[in-house]
Design a protein around this ligand. Structure first.
Ligand code: HEC
Ligand code: HEC
Length: 303
């Protein structure tokens, strides 16, 4: 009898320690995991060669870390995908939003690596800067195997962002004019509140509703630096109604518009977000990525 009691006690203690470690792991992840978009990424330094060995190392990382959302087949239908408001990317079409390459082109490897390292702000896609650099390159190469486009097409050269020293008030007022003329407001609204006349009906190529961004400092998926805004306007977010303006518009105009968007973003309050200033998708993404059960969320421990 005493023995059984002892054994049960030990089991309970082990379970408690396990629970605590898991919880702490999650918490620590939260503390360390800076939010997407703001993470500084160093692209210099050696990278592993893009060969079969590296790709199979990438597959190993993918299946353990990414498939839970993006799906084993890369189709964006992982077992936890439905818990997120912004759906995980389907990699099988080779359509990437966050590129430095012109619209219609495949992304550069560096673009994929940057999205993985920085995460995508406000969404379930955490910054994976805790993965070793080699693993991040390996998983970059593995993602490319989901779409035949990478075998069939060349990647267009990246757009080089000009020197954007553009804070002057002249720049902002010419940016305002271009914003008006280019009809950005039809979707984003005149004050950049995401409430233009077309806002409610926009869908992405996968048929999901996609609201235009409300401009505020905390809300840019790619990041809130001027370079990030410039690249979004110059290259478009392929697969979404956010088209590219890189073809018809001189770079100075895009730069002025980036300055204006940045100006609006500073005026607009940041979106209401919950614990530690995160959106609910960021919470969920963090829980999933740290391997914690989503049940905690549903039980109301974390809102
Ligand atoms: C918790 C779910 C989740 C996990 C885990 C996850 N992602 Fe994501 N990922 C997302 C979501 C959601 C998006 C789309 C965000 C958006 O555009 O609104 C995304 C987008 C991306 C993109 C951007 C592609 C583009 O269009 O430019 C890349 C690249 C990516 N993920 C790679 C990865 C890799 C590699 C891993 C594993 C190391 C991973 N993701 C793990 C949810 C996840
Ligand atoms: C037809 C509607 C539409 C028009 C017109 C439009 N956008 Fe967008 N824009 C969108 C949508 C939808 C998104 C959000 C896409 C997403 O969440 O992936 C977006 C996102 C953005 C973002 C946010 C990128 C990020 O990192 O989160 C910026 C900046 C932006 N648009 C600027 C502009 C500017 C400047 C113009 C005018 C030149 C413009 N948009 C015109 C629909 C539009």
């Amino acid at each position: 009898m005493k023995k059984i009691l002892m054994i049960s006690l030990i089991i309970i203690m082990l379970a408690a320690v396990y629970g605590y470690t898991m919880m702490r792991g999650g918490m620590m992840g939260m503390m360390h995991g800076a939010r997407g978009g703001d993470v500084q990424v160093d692209l210099s330094g050696p990278r592993p060669p893009e060969n079969e060995r590296t790709i199979s190392a990438g597959r190993w990382v993918y299946e353990r870390r990414c498939a839970v959302c993006h799906g084993v087949k890369g189709d964006g239908n992982g077992p936890r995908a439905n818990e997120l408001y912004s759906r995980p990317r389907d990699f099988t079409r080779g359509l990437y939003k966050f590129r430095s390459t012109p619209t219609g082109s495949l992304p550069a490897d560096e673009d994929i690596y940057l999205s993985i390292s920085r995460g995508i702000k406000g969404t379930g896609m955490m910054p994976w800067n805790r993965l070793r650099k080699d693993d991040r390159w390996a998983v970059t190469y593995y993602l490319k195997t989901f779409s035949e486009r990478f075998e069939e097409e060349d990647v267009d050269p990246s757009i080089v962002v000009p020197d954007l020293n553009i804070t002057g008030s002249e720049m902002i007022s010419s940016g305002r004019e271009i914003y008006e003329k280019a009809k950005c407001w039809e979707c984003h609204g005149r004050q950049g509140n995401g409430d233009g006349p077309k806002a409610a009906e926009l869908k992405d190529n996968w048929g999901d509703l996609i609201p235009p961004r409300k401009f505020s400092y905390e809300s840019f998926k790619r990041g809130s630096e001027m370079n990030d805004i410039f690249l979004t306007v110059a290259t478009g977010l392929d697969g979404t109604p956010m088209a590219s303006y890189g073809d018809g518009m001189p770079y100075e105009d895009i730069a002025a518009m980036a300055a204006y968007v940045n100006f609006l973003a500073k005026l607009n309050p940041s979106p209401q977000s919950g614990m530690m200033g995160m959106t609910s998708d960021e919470h969920t993404g963090m829980m999933i990525s740290n391997g914690m059960h989503g049940g905690m969320m549903r039980q109301g421990m974390m809102k």
